[in-house]
Write a protein that binds this ligand. Structure first.
Ligand code: ATP
Ligand code: MG
Length: 400
């Protein structure tokens, strides 16, 4: 068993020596069996959260009521969760009860897909009651138990299934596809935050194309905010040939807005309850993109793009010019006279000194922007004296 699992050895040994069972579960086992790199390590055990906290030095009760305790060992954290089942998701948000169960089989049976319902012990021995390994072989996403029932219990699983299509490049079982076709409306009952999270993940994986095809085949997009009454936006998405993932949600929102500018960034943010941080990132990208549309890929556009240059290049690549020599763009960026305002040879204080009889005000920012613009355009050296000479020719700002 490879390195991430080896790191968990002390945790297993501690649980074993206290008379408990434990297994690796979930995505880590799936990805390990697929020979892919492993993300978070989840461990399932028959120890209760209280017992877990008692036998480990460093723990954080991240989801105590769901039976999850974070155990930190050598600076690495592991989610350790008590074997459990979930009751019905009564309000479609939270399971109406969580019940601890006795054995790993029962714990595996509450999991969403067969490929996510495989357990493995420290020796690499596998427990696979639902044929997950075979489905990994056949590259197919199949629910544990009847798809209709499992999607009815938690409708988010429909989207999760499609997210795994994007992540793993798997197909979906016929039964699951049909179940989504029949009850996609249930998605409207669950919280939009959970939906947004899965959609962001879907677009942050490699095989977006297949996931979009699956969204089309199942019709699930018709139960998603905005796409439900803006079918043409979904159809546009479907026509793209995405060759790399959207690394963050701000980039995705910027792209969605640029697909149909009648739908504002704010509308996307509101409909999916996204954060201010995402909105700011999307706004910045769209601002730079629109400047690119009006003046081309000038030095000032590169400067304004700043650390988001890679994202801007992705937008240009998708929406406008499919072949840009990215390397040469980065080189140009590297050779900009300044990369941000702090690298200017002068600052706001200098301006106030040069116009000592004028009150501080909006003019300072305007002047700085003018100076920065000229430096980036290479019309002006980034040199104190030269800047001073130029600025002093300017009309003194109004004193008001
Ligand atoms: P990733 O690679 O994205 O981390 P993952 O399979 O680990 O994939 P998580 O969302 O981290 O996905 O969930 C961990 C495990 O918990 C899953 O593998 C699955 O067994 C179970 N699980 C998560 N969400 C659900 C759900 N809504 N219904 C049933 N089981 C779930
Ligand atoms: Mg995970």
């Amino acid at each position: 068993v490879n390195k991430p699992f080896t790191q968990a050895k002390p945790i297993f040994e501690n649980l074993y020596s206290n008379g408990f069972e434990c297994y690796f579960v979930g995505g880590a086992v799936r990805d390990y069996l697929l020979n892919q790199s492993i993300g978070d390590i989840d461990i399932a055990t028959n120890a209760t959260p209280e017992e877990i906290q008692r036998i480990f030095q460093k723990t954080v009760p991240v989801g105590f009521e769901h039976g999850t305790v974070l155990v930190i060992e050598d600076g690495v954290s592991f989610e350790v969760t008590t074997y459990r089942t979930e009751g019905e998701y009564k309000d479609y948000r939270h399971p109406s009860y969580v019940e601890f169960v006795k054995n790993i089989q029962e714990d595996l049976s509450r999991r969403d897909f067969t490929i996510n319902a495989i357990a493995m012990d420290l020796m690499g021995r596998i427990i696979d009651p639902f044929g997950g390994q075979e489905d990994l072989q056949n590259r197919i996403i199949r629910t544990v138990g009847k798809a209709e029932d499992r999607f009815n219990e938690d409708p988010l699983r429909m989207l999760r299934g499609i997210r795994f299509v994007s992540q793993l490049n798997f197909s979906m079982s016929h039964e699951a596809i049909q179940a989504i076709q029949n009850q996609r409306q249930l998605l409207e009952k669950i919280s939009v935050e959970r939906i947004a999270d899965e959609i962001s993940k879907l677009f942050s994986k490699q095989h977006i194309q297949f996931a979009l095809d699956m969204m089309n085949e199942t019709g699930i997009y018709k139960s998603l905010p905005i796409l439900n009454d803006q079918e043409h936006v979904f159809m546009k998405l479907l026509s793209y040939d995405f060759d790399s993932p959207f690394e963050h949600t701000g980039l995705l929102v910027a792209f969605l807005h640029l697909l149909d500018r009648r739908i504002s960034i704010q509308q996307w943010i509101k409909a999916y309850k996204l954060s201010n941080d995402i909105r700011n990132k999307a706004n910045h990208l769209v601002e730079v993109y629109e400047r690119y549309e009006s003046e081309g890929l000038t030095n000032y556009v590169l400067y304004k793009a700043d650390c988001a240059l890679k994202d801007v290049m992705k937008l240009i690549h998708l929406l406008d010019e499919p072949v840009v020599d990215i390397q040469s763009v980065y080189e140009r960026y590297e050779h900009l006279r300044i990369k941000n305002r702090h690298e200017m040879a002068i600052n706001g204080q200098d301006l106030m000194n040069w116009f000592s009889n004028v009150k501080r005000g909006k003019w300072i920012g305007d002047f700085l922007e003018q100076i920065e613009y000229r430096i980036v355009k290479e019309e002006l050296e980034n040199d104190r004296n030269e800047i001073e000479r130029l600025v002093k020719q300017w009309k003194a700002p109004e004193n008001n």
